[in-house]
Design a protein around this ligand. Structure first.
Ligand code: MN
Length: 376
């Protein structure tokens, strides 16, 4: 039966869901066409969770499209989508025909696509700290303990597995297992629930696919770029700040991968890896934060800098729109300014008392700036 659902507006009050699986089944069985929507850069956790929800939708005669704001970045995501035929695509106006609601997963804000602000966000499933000023979804399933949304979705899949055909079940188990591994750094930051669910999934996965794909390999360009960044990186009392320069949108995930890699190094407590990400029309500063300790409140850190970001224990990220600087895309000076200001914001958000200390390198680029504008 087709249901139009409510309209998304300021007055939507979010329900915290007590029985997630029943709520999801209720949503899927009262709508004919929905979208699972990614406002951010889709990673394995989003892609796996969205695909399993799509399969759940099929059991309830609900067609689900998996749509996002951005093209897939990085080879690992493209391989996942290819090998498991996950129908991810960037949203187009015609994708919204007949759609009666939105499900947002693995993203801190339950924001509908700009071209569909009237559609209700029926479900918001996430494991990041929620934004206070967020208008919210009609129903929120938020679990800050788990290391991946895929853990929650795998739990529901395991509860209703009797209806699934063997091939679909194996595919779903494999992608969820893979996503949990990626999101928890091979269970390094896993909660007891992540581990229990992973153990359950393990007996159902496609072992040979996992064996081939669990190791992340960088290509020559990516390796050289990380080496370039490391030569310029600054280690400020255990906080490693590493800029990777200008990257195309398809290389965006290199930031998170590098941050994951560097935080494991000895003597490093926190990493901030950042780059300017460009498409034809847009320029964004993307920052990926990783910490070794739960004591470092990355949510609080990001909130001091911007509200365009999200965090959970050990992981966080934020973005700053830089479209105004597009004409200076290739300029070394632009990168120098971005690099210094990003270091400055992060260090002073961490330790306000240090503002004075780190002002010196910044004043040196101010001097360079003077030379740039001088007549000779
Ligand atoms: Mn996630």
């Amino acid at each position: 039966m087709f249901s139009k659902g409510g309209f998304y507006n300021d007055r939507v009050s979010t329900q915290i869901v007590n029985d997630p699986l029943s709520k999801i089944k209720a949503v899927l069985s009262t709508h004919e066409r929905l979208i699972v929507w990614s406002p951010g850069s889709p990673d394995p956790d989003f892609l796996a969770g969205a695909e399993v929800l799509r399969q759940m939708g099929r059991l309830h005669n609900c067609h689900i499209d998996i749509l996002g704001a951005k093209p897939l970045s990085l080879e690992v995501n493209r391989r996942l989508v290819h090998d498991f035929s996950i129908p991810y695509r960037v949203i187009r106006q015609r994708d919204l025909e007949g759609v009666s609601g939105i499900i947002v997963i693995d993203y801190a804000k339950a924001t509908p696509p700009a071209m569909a602000v009237d559609l209700p966000v029926l479900l918001h499933i996430d494991h990041h700290q929620a934004f206070i000023e967020d208008k919210g979804a009609e129903n929120r399933i938020l679990d800050l303990e788990v290391g991946a949304v895929s853990t929650l979705i795998a739990d529901w899949l395991l509860q209703c597995q009797e209806k699934w055909c063997q091939y679909i079940l194996e595919s779903c188990a494999t992608i969820l297992y893979y996503a949990i591994q990626v999101d928890t750094d091979a269970l390094l930051h896993a909660s007891p629930r992540d581990r229990t669910i992973s153990d359950h999934l393990r007996s159902m996965v496609n072992e040979s696919w996992l064996k081939k794909n669990l190791k992340i390999r960088l290509n020559v360009f990516q390796r050289e770029r990380v080496e370039w960044g490391l030569e310029r990186a600054v280690n400020h009392e255990g906080t490693l700040l590493c800029g990777l320069g200008l990257l195309s949108a398809t290389e965006r995930d290199l930031i998170a991968i590098t941050s994951d890699f560097l935080v494991k190094r000895k003597g490093i407590e926190l990493t901030a890896v950042f780059a300017l990400i460009h498409t034809k029309e847009h320029l964004t500063l993307d920052v990926s934060l990783r910490s070794k300790s739960k004591r470092i409140d990355l949510y609080d850190l990001i909130q001091k800098i911007t509200d365009e970001g999200g965090a959970r224990p050990f992981k966080g990220a934020y973005q700053i729109n830089m479209d105004y600087f597009l004409p200076l895309l290739e300029s070394d000076l632009l990168w120098q300014i971005i690099e210094e200001s990003t270091r400055f914001h992060i260090i002073s958000a961490l330790k306000p008392e240090l503002k004075q200390k780190i002002w010196s390198p910044i004043s040196s680029w101010l001097k360079n700036l003077g030379r740039f504008f001088s007549p000779d």
